[in-house]
Design a protein around this ligand. Structure first.
Ligand code: DP6
Length: 325
C-alpha cells in the first residue's frame, strides 16, 4: 500500500573546493566539480504528505506556515520533479532545522537533500543514491553533496542524471572538525542563486574554473592521505579564489566583513604557531575553521571573546541523508 507520509533527515555541508557558477542555470549543472564534508551536528528533518484535495503546496518551516513568496522556490522545484516523475496532487511539507535559520548557516543544502530523499520514498521512485543526489541538485546545487555520507565529490556532469555527488571517504576516515564562527546572523543581501548567475561577469571566473581540476585533485589527495597542511593551503586558496570572483563580478558582491578578515588572519597566525587550522567561507561573512579533533579546544579557546564574534557552532563529520522511520 502506498504511504501517506514520509520523513527524512539531512545535514548541511561545507565546501572545501567550491561550486560557483553554472554551466546550465536551470538544471544547476556546475561550471566546476566540487568537494565538501557533511556536518553531523546540524540537521534538517522534513516530513512530507500528500494533500489530495488541495491545488497548492503547503510549506511549514520550524512550525511557521510560509507565505507564497517563501513557498515559490519549493513550488518551482516540485514542478520540475513533476516533469521528471509524474505525480498527482499537492504536498504538505514540514521542515525543522536544529540550527537557527537566522544564524547565517546555509540551510538550502540540507533542506533540499532531505526533501529529495523524502520524495524518492513517498513517490516510490526507487532511485539509486546517484539519482537522489541529482534530484536534490535541481533544488539547490550544493544539496546534491548532502545525499552521500562523509567526504563527497560532485563531478560536474553534462546531463541531469550524470551530475551528482558520491562519497570518496567515509565520515570516520579522518577526525576533522568544523568550528563555525558566526559574525553576522542576518540573511545575506545576495543569495547564492543570484551570485552563480553573476560569476561569468568576473574575468577571474574562467581562470578559477580552468584551475579547478588541479585544486580538486590536491584536496582529494590531502584528505585521503590525511595531510592537514596541504588541505589547509588548498582550501584557503580555493575560498579566496571564489571570493575574488565575487568581488570582481558586475555588480560586485562583497561577503567579507572586517571580523571575517580578522578571523582569517588569526587562523593563519595560529597555524604558524603549530595549531592545525584553516579557514573557508561560503557565500556569507561567517568563517568555517577546519581543524583536527586534537586541536579543537585550542582553536575554540583562541576565538573565545574575539571582537565581532556572535556565536560558535562545532561539528563533526556527518552521515548521508536518509529516511527516518
Ligand atoms: C558558496 O548550492 O547554495 O556555498 O544552487 O543556487 O542553491 P543554489 O546555490 P548553492 O551554492 C553554494 C555556493 C557555496 C559554495 C559551495 O557550497 O560549493
Amino acid at each position: 500500500m502506498p504511504k501517506n507520509f514520509t520523513t527524512a533527515k539531512a545535514h548541511p555541508n561545507i565546501a572545501f573546493i567550491k561550486y560557483w557558477g553554472n554551466a546550465d542555470q536551470n538544471l544547476r549543472l556546475p561550471a566546476n566539480a566540487s568537494i565538501s564534508m557533511n556536518l553531523s551536528e546540524l540537521e534538517t528533518v522534513t516530513k512530507i504528505a500528500f494533500l489530495p484535495d488541495q491545488s497548492s503546496h503547503l510549506l511549514k518551516i520550524n512550525g511557521i506556515l510560509q507565505d507564497t513568496e517563501h513557498t515559490s522556490r519549493v513550488a518551482t522545484y516540485l514542478e520540475s520533479v513533476r516533469n521528471l516523475y509524474a505525480f498527482q496532487g499537492s504536498l504538505a511539507i514540514e521542515s525543522h532545522n536544529n540550527f537557527p535559520m537566522g544564524a547565517g548557516i546555509a540551510s538550502s543544502a540540507s533542506a533540499f537533500a532531505a526533501l529529495a530523499v523524502a520524495l524518492n520514498d513517498l513517490l516510490e521512485l526507487n532511485l539509486p543514491q546517484s539519482g537522489i543526489s541529482a534530484l536534490a541538485r535541481l533544488g539547490s546545487g550544493s544539496a546534491c553533496r548532502s545525499i552521500p555520507a562523509g567526504f563527497t565529490v560532485w563531478e560536474k556532469g553534462r546531463t541531469h542524471l550524470d551530475s551528482f555527488a558520491a562519497t570518496f571517504a567515509p565520515p570516520d576516515h579522518w577526525e576533522l572538525r568544523d568550528i563555525i564562527l558566526i559574525v553576522a546572523a542576518e540573511e545575506k543581501a545576495v543569495g547564492s542563486t543570484q551570485g552563480h548567475a553573476l560569476a561569468d561577469t568576473s574575468p577571474y571566473q574562467s581562470v578559477r574554473v580552468h584551475d579547478a581540476k588541479r585544486r580538486l585533485e590536491i584536496c582529494r589527495r590531502a584528505i585521503l592521505n590525511k595531510d592537514f597542511n596541504k588541505l589547509a593551503w588548498i582550501i584557503e586558496q580555493d575560498s579566496d579564489m571564489m571570493h575574488a570572483v565575487m568581488m570582481t563580478s558586475r555588480p560586485p558582491i562583497n561577503y567579507w566583513q572586517p571580523a571575517s578578515i580578522a578571523i582569517m588572519q588569526k587562523v593563519r597566525d595560529l597555524r604558524k604557531n603549530g595549531i592545525a587550522c584553516a579557514y573557508t567561507l561560503d557565500a556569507g561573512p561567517n568563517v568555517h575553521v577546519i581543524t583536527l579533533a586534537t586541536d579543537q579546544t585550542k582553536v575554540i579557546n583562541a576565538f573565545k571573546g574575539f571582537p565581532g564574534l556572535q556565536d560558535m557552532y562545532i561539528s563533526n563529520i556527518g552521515a548521508g541523508a536518509q529516511v527516518i522511520p
